[in-house]
Write a protein that binds this ligand. Structure first.
Ligand SMILES: [Zn+2]
Length: 78
């Protein structure tokens, strides 16, 4: 059994503090090792979430009857 707790983590490049890998690759990734590491961390986190979802897909929530199901038709027999 594998157990992974919740992880909250922040990282910022001191040379390029405005760089956010979620905005795209950006030029700094090619020239700055720390920015490249941020991008790699993001890619690995996304890959991990993808694998977790594939291993244990989220279940669809059971829904109760919708308003459309409860609506009485004008021509229904009572
Ligand atoms: Zn950087």
């Amino acid at each position: 059994m594998l157990r992974i707790g919740a992880v909250r983590w922040r990282g910022k490049c001191s040379k390029h503090p405005s760089y956010d890998p979620t905005d795209g690759v950006g030029l700094t990734v090619a020239t700055c090792e720390r920015c490249a590491m941020l991008k790699e961390i993001l890619d690995l986190q996304r890959r991990m979430l993808e694998l977790m979802r594939r291993f244990n897909p989220p279940r669809e929530k059971k829904r109760g009857p919708t308003d459309a199901d409860r609506q009485i038709g004008l021509f229904d027999d009572f």
